[in-house]
Design a protein around this ligand. Sequence first.
Ligand code: ADP
Length: 204
Amino acid sequence: MNTEERNIFPVYHEILAREEKETLLKQQAKVIWLTGLSGAGKTTLARHLEAQLFQRGYLTQILDGDNIRAGINNNLGFSAADRFENIRRIAEISRLFLHCGIITINCFISPTDEIREMARSIIGKDDFLEIFINAPLGVCEQRDVKGLYSKARRGEIREFTGITSPFEAPAHCDLEIRTDLLTIDESVDQLLTLVLPAISRKIG
Ligand code: ADP
């Protein structure tokens, strides 16, 4: 059923245009989508990137897996269907920020090409920067930032990505960052090289 058949009539034309908000904020909104295993470095790099962008006058919002799952998506688990719904809602939320002129930095494992493609199609390919935050499973497991890998190995967490649930490396991403080979500062520099030209306001 389409929206009209469901008696839903979204209003777009009476709302201030995204471009007017981007002009106000002096930036181009984008969704910076960080995908990768737990412990690969998504949250760490998102925080550093946000600080760097803030210093340069850009307005951003980090959307992070655990925060979203603690709030708006607290009714979802880790089955394939729930992972899909989790990302669908996050993509819709990102789109709201996008239309408000705000840059989002998204930290989600988002484990399959199918899931990332769905996010890309909701957000729009021109506004979606897909960045693979990559460290080998062994490195992520050694870091074990939240102690989740040892729990998963002990069988205390079902469907844990990389252990009992698959992670597909992106088939096509805008950038791959090997966090096992680079320092945090080097990784942030790589991010800035991609992101800054994409978010700077084009005049005229
Ligand atoms: P994720 O959000 O992907 O689950 P985290 O950012 O929580 O991962 O954890 C990544 C860990 O790896 C942190 O302890 C961080 O200090 C460490 N680390 C080492 N090198 C890097 C790097 N180049 N980029 C990001 N994190 C790194």
